[in-house]
Design a protein around this ligand. Structure first.
Ligand code: GLU
Length: 291
């Protein structure tokens, strides 16, 4: 076990294969963990079977290994973590902080977003209803947080959000907090596209009286302003056969430029070099970087 207490993670959803944007998150979180002599865990976020691409979870692992990104310990699959989510749900229910809600997205939109907690006082049962967290008692209100790269991020609103959907699937914000707690994550390094979920996750930590990890949201690779590389935008999957060149491109994006001709030959050697030279001061300061 390394001396450092740093525990980081990479948490891809297997709704598609790794693309250049997800590689940046994988490399950034790996280098941040390894430069602190910490451990780097892999969690496959296969919480929503409908969105899952068959074979993607295995392919993601093969790709990470081909790029030299070897995780520590065994891989966690969210689909096998129900006990952990139930435990947190029970805690929140016992604190009287949850309620069942019948509102659909459509009628929330009609009543004016954000969700105003209309079902808080109605005693709906679990059948065909989503379970929400009641954030009306949150004190102090979360007004913002300090991101290690982006600085102060204000949070203007934390509406009651869904913990468990009406089809009984666990919601992302519940699962991510439950897993980060269970895995002892000390710092979350992920893409800035989900920076807005952080306030909701911090609310859960506060209600559970558990110390939250620190956060570092990496800049996003975009193909044009506002168009991030994503599965939804059909970003191309990265190839195993181009691993060395693509890894060098990802490092250049993260502020670690290495000459392609004189750089080490293998991904492992390149990553060893990158761990030694990694510094968050070298990262691009803007939230989007066009590639
Ligand atoms: N599973 C999410 C994704 O693939 C990342 C969640 C997180 O890092 O908190 O975008």
């Amino acid at each position: 076990m390394p001396a450092s207490h740093y525990v980081g993670r990479f948490a891809p959803s297997p709704s598609g294969l790794l693309h250049f944007g997800s590689l940046i998150t994988a490399v950034g979180s790996y280098l941040q963990a390894k430069s602190k002599k910490g451990i780097w865990l892999l969690r496959i976020e296969d919480i929503d079977p409908v969105r899952e691409m068959p074979g993607a979870a295995t392919e993601i692992q093969n790709t990470l290994q081909a790029y030299g990104l070897q995780w520590d310990n065994t891989v966690i699959y969210q689909s096998q973590q129900s006990c952990c989510y139930e435990k947190i749900l029970t805690q929140l229910k016992n604190l009287d902080l949850t309620y069942y809600c019948q509102c659909t997205r459509k009628n929330i939109k009609r009543n004016g977003r954000p969700y105003l907690g209309l079902c808080r006082t109605k005693q709906y049962g679990s059948k065909n209803n989503a379970l929400r967290i009641d954030l009306s008692t949150l004190t102090p209100l979360i007004s913002g947080f300090t991101d290690k790269l982006q600085g102060h991020i204000p949070i203007t609103c934390t509406p009651d959000f869904i913990l468990q959907r009406k089809d009984k699937l666990y919601a992302y914000n519940l699962a991510v907090v439950a897993d980060d707690i269970a895995q002892g994550i000390t710092e979350v390094v992920r893409g800035a596209d989900i920076i807005n979920t952080t306030g909701l996750q911090l609310a859960l930590y506060q209600l559970l009286h558990i110390k939250a990890p620190t956060y570092l949201h990496l800049p996003l690779a975009v193909s044009a302003p506002g168009i991030k590389l994503s599965k939804q935008n059909h970003a191309k999957a990265i190839k195993i056969k181009n691993a060395r060149a693509t890894l060098l491109d990802a490092l250049a994006f993260l502020g670690l430029d290495l000459n392609k001709n004189s750089a080490p030959k293998t991904c492992d050697e390149i990553l060893n070099w990158a761990v030694k030279h990694w510094s968050i001061d070298k990262l691009p300061k803007q939230i989007e970087v066009q590639i």
